[in-house]
Design a protein around this ligand. Structure first.
Ligand code: ADP
Ligand code: MG
Length: 606
């Protein structure tokens, strides 16, 4: 083993001063005690993307308890913990040539650190050092034969976690080795338990017909517009309105009290700057589990919840937006609506029907990012413009049947209009960040008999009387009962994702863009895409789906196939390069669909 170490070391020393291309001879596998280092790919010049290196330790040497490293979900949590430990180790020791990836506030499934039945593995990117185009061999030897194996020791040897994790958490309470060891195992166990509890609570939402849970004490606001860290002591902690308060006791014994948002229609009102959008943004993020200390640990949203906004300028291919838009002056068929440049209202309609198409069971909508004419139309405007001259049936007329006929719930922020009072199951008013339930008062104001709303649940969809305001959609002449019947599946052509001009693999460009052949897919408006590694995952998923489409497979079936593969193989399965997949996180099917839907080259089988 030591001979291998000195092999790599002496090779690197001897390469000092030679031209950069000579680095390629260090490709291979090296043993450093219990640590195996794989140099999978060597960059060709100092400015190319960094070299790909893996470190691996087998289970016996790593010495982690098996009860938290066996279940798939636990492995994700432990990987995330070790990812963070490794990161702070690199940071603390100023080892900037080694890149492990950048963790955020959420726990995501990612390729950076993985646990399998045999052992623990981290995938690194390493910038091999140079002066001009000459190899800095002595430095490279330090990086690859000292720093990289030390990183593996720090992350993957359970007994070392204390020292590694300690420094990352700042000063420790206890300097004696044993207690620190216990502390760090405790921190790991707590990390896993938090993740388990969050997933259990998310499952509980489904069982109880709830859409989201916001725990009392949660800190929803962020430090600043460009920071995802919790706001400091100025933050007002969340407290549930008593009428929506719900206590859940989890199998761990942990008991949580907070606001339970039921399925149906929930409207959040309140004065400007009173925290409405902040709650909605927390719910958007609540589809992902958050780390301890984030403030949103107990903000849990059902996993398919999708944020819907206006996004004028986007391309739309063959969407059935006819529940919202009909009789366009151009004569365009809105049952298969295609445009290269959607308006505010048509883009929001497209975003909505696409979300429902991939299985969103709830929609999160903020007035701040909505097209007003998509959302509402007031009575005077209804009187002035005859229905047949107005292509748009506003969302306020559709929000109720969307729930009763398709089972799709909505949480809506609407501070500027009372229009949604009559279709809301719950109205929550924010006053200086403190929520109160004001449903009764809101219903009184608009003269709604709550009993009629109660009846309008998916189970007994015809119970509401046709005259009730909740059925206002029935006023429009062209409406039919199956308006929200599932639209016909959209089937991309076999070549849609294989344009002949495309010679390179799809590639993420930061968080908000994917380069696909000559085209760029703009994802800036997709707010639940939260990590650039997910964007990389989307790029990989598009390549994966290019293989699936065959003129017969629908978009939703292809996405389901991707999901099944991801469940079975993890994120590694997305990438063609099995040895070192790079840094990729798992995107939700909603965000993969968002990219496909925004791809301007998408073509459908007629
Ligand atoms: P609205 O959508 O009602 O206009 P926002 O949600 O945009 O309001 O919040 C307005 C400001 O108040 C933001 O700067 C936000 O960070 C801050 N804020 C939101 N919630 C809280 C809270 N619970 N405690 C302290 N500040 C908050
Ligand atoms: Mg707002």
């Amino acid at each position: 083993m030591n001979s291998q170490r000195s092999n790599l070391s002496s090779t690197l020393h001897s390469l000092d001063g030679r031209s950069y291309g000579n680095y390629k001879q260090i490709r291979g596998r090296y043993e450093f005690g219990p640590v195996t280092v794989f140099i999978d790919r060597v960059q060709v010049d100092p400015f190319a993307s960094p070299s790909k290196v893996r470190i691996r330790i087998n289970r016996a040497e790593a010495g982690f308890p098996t009860d938290i490293t066996t279940e798939r979900a636990d492995r994700i949590a432990v990987s995330d913990f070790l990812f963070r430990v490794g990161n702070s180790f690199l940071h603390r020791t100023d080892r900037h040539a080694i890149i492990l990836g950048r963790p955020g506030q959420e726990v995501l499934e990612r390729t950076n650190v993985v646990i399998d039945d045999e052992g623990f593995e981290a995938r690194l990117l390493v910038n091999l050092p140079a002066r001009g185009r000459r190899i800095l061999g002595h430095q490279a030897a330090d990086i690859l034969t000292r720093d990289v194996p030390e990183l593996a020791q720090a992350m993957f040897v359970h007994a070392n976690l204390a020292t590694s994790a300690q420094a990352s958490d700042g000063p420790t309470r206890d300097d004696s080795g044993n207690d620190a060891q216990d502390d760090s195992s405790d921190a790991l166990r707590e990390h896993v338990q938090l993740h388990r509890d969050q997933l259990e609570l998310q499952n509980h939402l489904g069982e109880e017909d709830l859409l989201a849970f916001v725990g009392n004490g949660a800190i929803l606001p962020r430090r600043s517009g460009d920071s995802d860290l919790p706001m400091d002591s100025r933050a007002v902690a969340f407290t549930s309105p008593s009428s929506l308060e719900h206590t859940v006791t989890l199998s761990s014994g942990r008991s949580l009290t907070g606001m339970a948002i039921p399925r149906g229609v929930t409207v959040i009102v309140g004065g400007g700057y009173h925290g409405k959008s902040t709650i909605l943004r927390a719910l958007e993020r609540g589809v992902y589990p958050h780390i301890a200390g984030d403030g949103r640990e107990w903000v849990i949203t059902e996993p398919s919840a999708t944020s819907i906004r206006a996004e004028d300028g986007r391309a739309v291919t063959g969407d059935d937006i006819s529940p919202f838009i009909n009789n366009l002056p151009s004569g365009t068929d809105t049952r298969a609506f295609t445009t290269t440049n959607a308006s505010g209202s048509t883009s929001q309609a497209a975003n909505l029907v696409e979300a429902v198409e991939v299985g969103a069971r709830s929609l999160l909508i903020d007035e701040d990012t909505s097209a007003t004419n998509f959302m509402i139309r007031d009575e005077r405007m209804r009187a002035l413009i005859p229905a047949e001259r107005e292509p748009i049936t506003p969302f306020v007329d559709r929000i109720r049947p969307l729930f009763t006929r398709r089972g799709v719930s909505t949480v809506l922020v609407a501070g500027g209009s009372s229009a949604f009072f009559e279709v809301a199951d719950h109205v929550i008013a924010l006053d200086a960040y403190v929520p109160q339930e004001v449903t009764e008062k809101a219903h009184e104001l608009v003269g709604v008999d709550p009993a009629e709303l109660e009846g309008a649940s998916p189970a007994d969809r015809d119970a509401a009387s046709p005259a009730s305001p909740v059925n206002r959609e029935d006023e429009s002449a062209d409406d039919s009962g199956d308006m929200f019947a599932a639209p016909r599946p959209r089937i991309p052509t076999a070549t849609a994702l294989r344009p002949s001009s495309k010679t390179k693999s799809a590639k993420a460009k930061g968080l908000g863009q994917v380069q696909f052949g000559k085209a760029f897919i703009d994802l800036a408006a997709v707010s639940q895409l939260i990590d650039p590694q997910q964007t990389t995952g989307i790029a990989e998923a598009l390549e994966y789906m290019a293989e699936i489409f065959d003129d017969r497979t629908s978009l939703t079936d292809a996405l389901a196939e991707v999901e099944d593969m991801l469940d079975a193989q993890g994120v590694d399965g997305l990438t063609g390069n099995r040895d070192h997949p790079g840094h990729v996180s798992r995107p939700r099917p909603q965000e993969i669909a968002a990219a496909l839907n925004r791809f301007r080259g998408l073509r459908l089988v007629e």
